[in-house]
Design a binder for this molecule. Structure first.
Ligand code: NCD
Length: 307
């Protein structure tokens, strides 16, 4: 039963519950008109303390397409946070007005804290460099639709694996399925955190290797998940500038990739995928953004208990 629940971490839902969300997403994709009023009279609050395009707009589009309405802020400085209000107080107040909250915050753990104060469902739309479970739902729905299953894949994750919260959530989610192998491609400075290796990959006996060069492994991959170097999480600008162009996926590298390898990217892209790749049939990142809206429609409907 997903009604009334929160989604803070990808592990909050069982595999069966995830399947329920994906099945509903598929039904919505097939017949969106059927769902265009299921959230009539309901309000989604989007509390975004950090910049966003896709996540906030896809949440808002999702709620509007379900017949619900939205309110919120996309700049914390225009809210009472600027007056020194605590997160707990903001959440308790918003709970008086809305039926469900999507929150993005720069501090790791903040969405969990919000959920502890909240009487209404809270969805983590990104907490610092920690987790981003609805991006993972987006990634999984894309993989399910394009590849047909969540198991038996060689998945290359490339770029900023240290600060990239979408990477942390996706590894958590995909390591629950059988026979997946991760190839973690990053500069030494941006390797995946130890807790992901120890508590997720090793505990689940998931095969993985860490490499520095994309060209050395691209031919083995079924899925290539590219990521942006997370500028806002660096303490030192010189370090960001040195690392920001560590990887650039271009046509030359794509010639070494499998015919049916798919390229995913949570977006926004900076330089890590050359625009010449956009017309390659293996580039799925804009289609992925569309799946993101549908899967959020399914998630909101389930947490509100309307479908
Ligand atoms: C990601 C994020 O916010 O973590 N973007 C998104 O939600 N689609 C990835 C990023 O910002 O690099």
């Amino acid at each position: 039963m997903l009604k009334g629940r929160n989604l803070i971490d990808p592990m909050d839902f069982t595999l069966e519950e995830l399947e329920e969300v994906f099945q509903l997403a598929d039904k919505i994709i097939e017949n969106p008109a059927k769902y265009s009023k299921v959230c009539e009279g309901k309000l989604l609050a989007t509390l975004f303390y950090e910049p966003s395009t896709r996540t906030r707009l896809s949440f808002e589009a999702a709620m509007l397409r379900l017949g619900g309405r939205v309110l919120g802020f996309s700049d914390a400085n225009s809210s009472s946070v600027a007056k020194g209000e605590s997160l707990g107080d903001t959440i308790r107040t918003v709970g008086c007005y809305a039926d469900i909250i999507a929150i993005r915050h720069p501090k790791e753990g903040s969405a969990r804290v919000a959920s502890m104060y909240s009487q209404i469902p809270v969805i983590n739309a990104g907490d610092g460099g920690h987790q981003h479970p609805t991006q993972t739902l987006t990634d999984l729905l894309t993989i399910r639709n394009v590849k047909g299953e969540f198991s038996n894949h060689v998945i290359g994750l490339c770029g900023d694996l240290k600060f990239g919260r979408t990477v942390h959530s996706l590894v958590k989610a995909l390591s629950r399925y059988k026979n997946n192998k991760f190839i973690l491609i990053s500069p030494d400075e941006l390797k995946i955190p130890d807790y992901i290796k120890e508590e997720i990959l090793k505990k689940n006996n998931t095969e993985f290797e860490e490499v520095e060069r994309l060209e050395d492994v691209i031919d083995q991959l079924d899925i290539l998940y590219m990521t942006r170097v997370q500028k806002e999480r660096f303490f030192n600008e010189a370090e960001y500038i040195r690392l920001k162009d560590s990887y650039i996926l271009d046509a030359q590298k794509m010639r070494m990739a499998k015919e049916d390898m798919i390229i995913l990217h949570p977006l926004p892209r900076v330089n890590e995928i050359a625009t010449e790749i956009d017309s390659d049939p293996r580039a799925y990142y804009f289609k992925q953004a569309k799946f993101g809206m549908y899967v959020r429609m399914a998630l909101i409907s389930k947490l509100l208990g309307v479908c």
